[in-house]
Design a protein around this ligand. Sequence first.
Ligand SMILES: [Zn+2]
Length: 180
Amino acid sequence: MANINDDTNKDMPLDEGAELNAEVIHDPEAIFDDLVGDDGLDGIINDNDIVFDCPGCGHGLVINYRGAGLLINCTECNAAVQVPIPDGMELADLDQEPEELQSQIRNLRVALYKAEEHGRELENVVASLKERRTLLEKERIAQLRRMAEIRSACETIMRFNNEITNACNRVIEMIQSESR
Ligand SMILES: [Zn+2]
């Protein structure tokens, strides 16, 4: 909500329906509080105020300088109107309030801390995955070694089996030749 005073009809109450529709960088309610102030309520125009006419109906409008560049609704015709930006004023100037800079710095620090924390967590995940991969590789090598041992044991059994079969054949041959 924005406060727009009617400088041609100063006793008119504030238009409660006036909205900040777009290009609101900060919390609209906070801007509303800034814009209203005491001066806004009694219709006094400050040095800081922007005075301009609605391009739609020509109605005179007054808004605190912090409303520069914002879209508002005309109190008279309700058309969406962009508050003009005074010559020499940069929109960035609106962000130069020390408290706002402080709060931006604080927010950036919090975001940075969280990002770093997330980075550390990811590093831990990568480290534990690497550890797990090393472990799995070791297990796989040990398993391959066990398979080779089993295969070799099987080959030994088959060799003994052949020798036993050969020995049995020789015994049978001997018995047959003795029986003749
Ligand atoms: Zn208008």
